[in-house]
Ligand binder design. Structure first.
Ligand code: GMT
Length: 373
């Protein structure tokens, strides 16, 4: 198949999933065209069968807001025509699903199909905003196929947008072999020179991630056991979090790593991953941590219970329950036998349910089904 994948190039989960899907499809011989405003960070090396097309967004003094979605439509029309695309697969509904719809209308092609994958905030935060709601609903209804990354997100979309069509659940996935390829890059001694326990968090540092809770959980853990906190990522909350770390006098034990392209190299050093988000449609970083054999303490919200099994691969608590999250972290980190069991179970769950080799064929089968319909 010839597949055009539209995605954001940044470190967010939707761009990661789109890039990894492109790599998986290209390996299986499909021709994949990535359409994005920059090269997604995971596609900066050359892959056979992957072609990256950057969208040039026209600016003009009249435009306070350059019309990205229209430049995207133009690029989609050009690529679909010149490369003979079978499918345009839009990752993140806003505005990609609407742009894909418009491109297909312009091309007036029976053959070309559009698929939208919903990732989370495109439904729960951005898409539900009154300024986008009607367009998102329309674009979901008009896509030839729609997928959601968790059962939670599928149900939430149906309720929020009163959707009556099928939304196929295809969960996010990980490359099972990747941790082994990165094993030598991990250096525990650098992050925790006195053998302290290593807690980690990775995100886009937005309020929805509740990183202040990460810091407060860590503060309680460190009162009980020697520990270090590694914070990966960047975003609007970073300065506030740095201030909180200073106020709690944790500077010496908290390391800000900024954005990282390959999380596995760091996750392999971790003893515990923290994800106390207010909303999370899936929690890709939690799965990436589990793939490295790291148990996760998270909130029992959104799609996280579909990824993390409470009491087996980590623990789930209500949003803001810092005390219980910290207590369970201490209990797990001070019980070597249970910690080793959770590590093994986390990795096993990633392997059994979220292996790229199992999930990418679900996308292929969905493409084929849509092309036949
Ligand atoms: O986490 C974010 O806010 C970024 C966002 C994105 O689209 O990049 O993440 C969403 O999509 C990820 C990939 O499917 C999911 O793993 C995240 O759970 C989801 N984020 C939220 O729902 C808050």
């Amino acid at each position: 198949m010839k597949i055009g994948i539209v995605c954001y190039p940044t470190h967010g989960g939707s761009g990661v999933v789109a890039s990894e899907l492109a790599i998986g499809l290209a390996k299986k011989g499909h021709e994949v065209h990535i359409i994005s405003y920059a090269t997604p960070f995971r596609l900066r090396t050359f892959y056979r069968n992957i072609f990256v097309h950057e969208i040039e967004v026209a600016t003009y003094p009249l435009f306070k807001y350059p019309p990205y979605e229209l430049s995207l439509v133009t690029k989609l029309v050009e690529i679909a025509e010149t490369r003979g695309l079978d499918i345009i697969h839009a990752h993140y509904a806003v505005p990609h699903a609407a742009s894909a719809y418009l491109a297909r209308q312009i091309l007036n092609s029976e053959r070309l199909k559009t698929i939208t994958t919903l990732h989370g905030t495109d439904i729960t935060l951005v898409g539900a905003d009154p300024s986008f709601q009607r367009v998102v609903k329309f674009a979901i209804e008009k896509s030839d196929g729609v997928t959601a990354v968790s059962r939670y997100l599928m149900q939430r979309t149906v309720e929020e947008f009163d959707i009556r069509r099928e939304i196929r659940v295809i969960p996010n996935f990980v490359e099972i072999a990747r941790p082994a390829q990165n094993r030598d890059l991990c250096s525990r001694e650098t992050l925790a020179p006195r053998g302290e326990k290593i807690l980690m968090h990775a995100s886009n540092f937005r309020p929805v991630k509740r990183i202040a809770d990460v810091v407060r959980i860590f503060a309680r853990v460190r009162e009980r056991i020697p520990a270090k906190l590694v914070l990966i990522g960047d975003g609007p909350e970073r300065l506030f979090i740095q201030q909180l770390v200073r106020e709690l006098k944790l500077n010496a034990d908290v390391q800000f790593m900024g954005e990282q392209d390959q999380l596995e190299a760091l996750f392999l050093c971790a003893d515990l991953f923290l994800l106390p988000s207010e909303q999370e449609s899936f929690g890709l970083t939690a799965l990436e941590a589990m793939n490295c054999g790291v148990p996760v303490i998270a909130t029992a919200i959104g799609g996280l219970p579909e990824v993390i099994t409470h009491g087996e691969t980590g623990y789930l608590f209500p949003v803001g329950d810092v005390a219980d999250m910290a207590a369970s972290a201490v209990a797990l980190l001070t019980d070597p036998a249970r910690h080793a069991l959770f590590r093994a179970q986390a990795r096993k769950r990633a392997e059994e349910f979220f292996d790229a080799d199992r999930i990418i064929p679900l996308y292929e089968a969905f493409y084929e089904e849509i092309l036949r319909s």
